[in-house]
Write a protein that binds this ligand. Sequence first.
Ligand SMILES: Cc1ncc(COP(=O)(O)O)c(C=O)c1O
Length: 391
Amino acid sequence: MDKRFVYTDNAATTPVAPEVLNKMLPYLTSEYGNPSASFYGLGQRAHAAIEEARKQVAAVMNAPFAKDVFFTGSGTEADNMALRGFMHSKTAKGKKKLITSTIEHHAILHTAQALENEGFKVVYLPVDNTGTVDLETLERAIDEDTALVSIMTANNEVGTIEPIAEIGRICHDKGAYFHTDAVQAFGHIPIDVQAMNIDMLSLSGHKINAPKGVGAIYIRSGIMLEPVITGGGQERNRRSGTENVASIVGLGEAARLKALNMEKESEYVRGLAKSLRDKILAKIPQTILTGHPENRLPGNSSFAIAAIEGETMVMDLNLNGICAATGSACSTASLDPSHVLLAIGLSHETAHGSLRVTLDVQNTPEDVDYIAEKLSEIVARRRAMSPVWKE
Ligand SMILES: Cc1ncc(COP(=O)(O)O)c(C=O)c1O
């Protein structure tokens, strides 16, 4: 097969959709008003554009009021607001305990650690070997001192979707508030903050074909978050700073398009990813699928491939024009493989052979054939040279 360029790292980021860019362009050129400048049309139109985007984002998660959506500079910032802002808020009523899971993104884990350093108590729930949080363990962990539970909607490495509606119900039955990091899930799978008892939800633009550097947080009415960024009082005092109007408009349009096409797109992407998994598992011996066998994000395929280093795989794939990811240690600053792979019970050795391929709508069946073929060639060649490989 001729060399192609195949982008399969859509969990890392996605390209900006042309429709999204078109909607944004006026706000980078002629419509440059400051949304707080309410005395003339230019400012009023920028303000109106933000409010339209707020409605679009709110609609995708069935938020009861658009005003409960607040724009941020990233998913990371939304996660920081949820954890820091809530634990320091009056709504937390002085309770000191935060419950989260061992497989969260570092935006949650490092924020939780910072809160621990301030004197809060943090419980990290384990997951089973599919990456799923156990509901009984959660139920037992919530006590009178628990202010907040934060569990991601879906995992960014292994793609497992958590039982969010059940988690929300347990939290509310036991008097705790519930935040979910939906950065990987929003726009890809249905989310309903009302039906799922979600009090706060984080999302990010660049995972749904909006630009990087814009995100949002849903905060249920009545929750009084302590602001993390103070200043001019924008975003109803929750997040000061002149709004990134063009990117917010892009996020609104991207959210609208994702919701409009979700059923069709997710069916297509799920089919592609399944075919990729079937091909790779059939072609490459001693390969396991990581994450949940069915209950996973549509585009996510993640593997542990024996006797080959993840970093070697992604570099060899790159030589063939394929962009993919690994949670192997060498690709990160630490010596340990990704905390997620260790949390689902993989040994260090197995986790070193991790590969994540995240497909999206721009990928084709030809891409799938190309990836499967190139990967099996790469693995066979590297294994032939490996002193540890045994058939
Ligand atoms: C689950 C999860 N949470 C948070 C983030 C951070 O989002 P952002 O890149 O917008 O800061 C990411 C990004 O990869 C993510 O996958």
